[in-house]
Write a protein that binds this ligand. Structure first.
Ligand SMILES: Nc1ncnc2c1ncn2[C@@H]1O[C@H](COP(=O)(O)OP(=O)(O)OP(=O)(O)O)[C@@H](O)[C@H]1O
Ligand SMILES: [Mg+2]
Length: 332
């Protein structure tokens, strides 16, 4: 039985996994604490993790109906993320493992996002192509049969989630903007305005989202205020459609070029309804099998960290005593 801890950004998370049965997954979001600043403040995030982690862990164990004595392995996100935030999770995991005699496993947050796909109900078996699209990362990785990763392409500047969140902010939506933009765009016309996305070239699977952000900025700066107000849903739909189209187009093209019949989605942007819908349509049209984890496993959570830990080795003793955290992860 695995107890997993995830504190890489602003969600304090713990989960209990038994085989592939998820017994509990608790996510305590700090969003409201950071909303007044319009983004995550690293020092505030780590202080809140420190206050919340014991309660979140206790709640996960209570939900699962198990006590610490039954935990055989403790898994923790060690990279990439906010260093102070990561260190709270790492210190907690080391302490629990030391106190209970459980084994300790270090997990990359991005490996975790991908491993959300190894859990039911979708439970994908590699090899597959995975689009990782989150607040801080956007890449296409090929997951080999042995679950190792090979990077196919990545963003050369901003992540897709960053582009969606900043676009939402330019449109006057509250932080965090990704979900609010998705909701506003639902009632808009995606063909209303055109926002060019960088690297729109066949055969180039890398992403670029900094230009489309700037395009929205200039569009809103130059638009008549009344038009920008009245057509806000249409502008939101057009902007979101531009970002999502780039993700869908490159994912499908890369799958075809690699002759890969199975595609998975990972990361918070996979909660975006347009991405889910468009990728499903495009995959079906091409006979590609598409797996998308439920939204709760796409955004940050510890269930995905437990899932990844199943396929990773325990840290040896005594090296595990010096386990630390890294702000930047190895590229996946
Ligand atoms: N319900 C939703 N609908 C649409 N988009 C969403 C939703 N929830 C989250 N997102 C998007 O997901 C992104 C956050 O993803 P995630 O939580 O995986 O990122 P992160 O952990 O901050 O970054 P990383 O995983 O790269 O370290 C946001 O940028 C937002 O745009
Ligand atoms: Mg994440």
């Amino acid at each position: 039985m695995i107890l997993a801890i995830e504190t890489s950004c602003d969600d304090t998370c713990a989960a209990v996994l038994d085989g592939d049965r998820l017994l509990a997954s608790v996510v305590s979001s700090q969003t409201l604490f950071h909303a007044r600043y319009g983004g995550v403040v690293p020092e505030v995030a780590s202080r809140h993790h420190l206050e919340l982690i014991n309660t979140v862990m206790d709640e996960a164990l209570a939900d699962a109906g198990v006590d610490l004595g039954r935990i055989g392995r403790v898994a923790v996100t060690t990279r990439p993320g906010l260093i102070g935030a990561l260190l709270v999770g790492v210190a907690t995991a080391k302490t629990v493992a030391f106190a209970t005699g459980a084994r300790l496993v270090a997990v990359s947050h991005l490996e975790g996002h991908v491993a959300a796909n190894y859990l039911p109900p979708g439970a994908a078996e590699p090899p597959f192509l995975c689009l990782i699209a989150s607040g801080g990362h956007t890449s296409l990785v090929y997951v080999e049969k042995d679950r190792s990763f090979r990077t196919v392409s990545q963003t050369l500047d901003d992540a897709a989630g960053e582009a969606l969140d900043k676009g939402a902010r330019l449109l006057g939506l509250d932080y965090p903007g990704g979900a609010a933009l998705d909701a506003l765009a639902a009632s808009g016309d995606p063909g209303f305005a055109s926002f060019p996305v960088g690297l729109d070239r066949p055969g180039n699977f890398n992403f670029s989202f900094s230009g489309v952000k700037t395009a929205l900025y200039y569009y809103l700066r130059d638009a008549a205020p009344a038009l920008a107000r009245e057509r806000r849903a249409d502008i939101a739909a057009s902007y979101q459609s531009a970002v999502i189209s780039a993700l869908v187009k490159k994912t499908v093209a890369a799958a075809e070029s690699l002759s890969c019949g199975l595609v998975c989605l990972a990361g918070g942007v996979s909660a975006n309804s347009l991405l889910r819908r468009r990728l499903r349509q495009q995959s079906e049209a091409r006979g590609i099998d598409l797996r998308i984890p439920p939204p709760g496993l796409c955004t940050d959570n510890a269930a995905m960290i437990a899932s990844a830990a199943r396929f990773l080795p325990d840290l040896p003793y005594p090296e595990r005593l010096s386990l630390g955290a890294q702000a930047t992860g190895l590229p996946v």
